[in-house]
Design a protein around this ligand. Structure first.
Ligand SMILES: NC(=O)c1ccc[n+]([C@@H]2O[C@H](COP(=O)([O-])OP(=O)(O)OC[C@H]3O[C@@H](n4cnc5c(N)ncnc54)[C@H](OP(=O)(O)O)[C@@H]3O)[C@@H](O)[C@H]2O)c1
Length: 353
């Protein structure tokens, strides 16, 4: 058992110390976004960019012109509507393309943008596998363009704050991370979450969040143990993972489309713990409980959260960087590698693999 000496908590960290971890979104430079794929998450992204950043959405590309026009009318007024992805990436007014298609198509669509010389923000997971991610990132490196997986959670204020709490030793050495992303989806073999040809499965769609969260705090695991069930289409629908680390720490993670979970996360350490009671991957709050019994809370500003990653992309592009230090290319490769191994153990193989 580690020694717990409450008098050694000095100086004590409080929520007031973490105010600087909430960035001023409007202070980020302005860039011109083009949206590739007029679907559900693209709408939420555009709403966030337009309401909370200095940037604008100047173009929308869909496989269908009428859909692009309808999307622009609803979520990106004034944006040019394109009836093909090729036209979108050829639009000279677009600085950066947001790839918001199913992950089965991220590689193909991001390459279309990169080959047109555009910077890219690609929805999570970057691709279906680490092999595909290497192809995509190599292309970005060769083209000299910015590329980032849209792991937006890493830019949320409560995540920056809890990293500061952990780094300051408030909870001692991290021993366990527990996190889940479980959302019940009625079985539908053609839905993105169940269709193998769209790289369906709860792991890539939802499980990428707890895996990236654990990786953010503990890095690359020394061991990966997973068990899970598969839907009738063959993709995973309920997966439990244990990641083991050299330090002796464990991450106990879950993703499921068969249960309605809280999305809670707990980080336990030798001197206390951090509890995120609900949906750790969204703008959220947390409670720090110290081993001496004292506790305090931090709450993120509420509101749409994609604006934080959009602001980071604008800062990096303006600075001439090709990656972000918060979601590096290596971070994405590490996380994709974990997902590949979990998928292998659960027996999920996508068409063409
Ligand atoms: N960051 C987040 O919080 C979050 C949340 C949900 C999803 N996502 C990610 O965002 C991506 C898209 O998810 P979504 O929920 O927005 O999906 P969605 O509503 O189905 O939209 C995807 C869009 O991709 C385009 N598309 C291109 N090829 C397609 C194909 N073969 N089949 C279906 N659609 C195709 C379609 O746009 P057009 O017809 O206009 O071309 C479609 O509207 C996924 O990678 C997912 O993991 C992220």
């Amino acid at each position: 058992m580690p020694d717990v000496d409450p008098s050694s908590y000095a100086p004590r960290l409080t929520a007031a110390d973490l105010v600087g971890t909430v960035p001023d979104l409007l202070a980020a430079p302005a860039v011109r976004w083009g949206v590739l794929g007029a679907g559900g998450i693209a709408a939420s992204f555009c709403d966030g960019v337009r309401a909370r950043t200095a940037s604008s959405v100047v173009a929308v590309g869909s496989r269908d012109l009428a859909r692009a026009e309808a999307f622009a009318g609803a979520h990106a007024q004034g944006a040019r509507a394109h009836g093909s992805y090729a036209d979108l990436v050829g639009d000279p007014d677009v600085d950066v393309v947001y790839v918001a298609t199913p992950h089965s198509h991220h590689l193909e669509h991001a390459l279309v943008a990169i080959r047109a010389g555009k910077h890219v923000l690609v929805e999570k997971p970057l691709t279906r596998s680490v092999a595909e991610s290497r192809i995509l990132l190599d292309a970005a490196r060769e083209a000299g363009v910015f590329c980032m997986e849209a792991m937006w959670t890493r830019f949320l204020p409560h995540v920056a704050a809890l990293r500061a709490v952990v780094a300051r030793g408030e909870i001692g050495q991290v021993v366990t991370i527990a996190a889940d992303f479980d959302v019940y989806f009625p079985y539908d073999p053609v839905h993105r979450l169940f269709a193998p040809e769209l790289a369906g499965g709860a792991l890539l769609d939802l499980g990428v969040y707890p895996v990236a969260f654990a990786h953010d705090l503990l890095g690359v695991p020394a061991s990966i143990t997973a068990t899970g069930t598969r839907a009738a289409t063959g993709v995973d629908d309920h997966v439990a993972m244990i990641l083991g680390y050299e330090s002796g720490a464990h991450a106990v993670l879950r993703s499921s489309s068969r249960s309605f979970g809280s999305g809670a996360a707990t980080i336990t350490g030798t001197r206390g713990r951090i509890d995120i009671p609900d949906r750790f991957f969204m703008p959220a709050g947390f409670r720090v409980v110290r081993a001496d019994g004292s506790a305090w809370t931090f709450q993120s500003p509420v509101g749409e959260g994609k604006a934080y990653e959009a602001a980071e992309v604008a800062r990096r592009i303006t600075a001439g960087d090709v990656q972000s230090a918060r979601v590096t290319w290596q971070d994405t490769l590490d996380v994709m590698g974990i997902l590949d191994e979990v998928r292998r153990q659960v027996g999920v193989v996508y068409p063409g693999e």
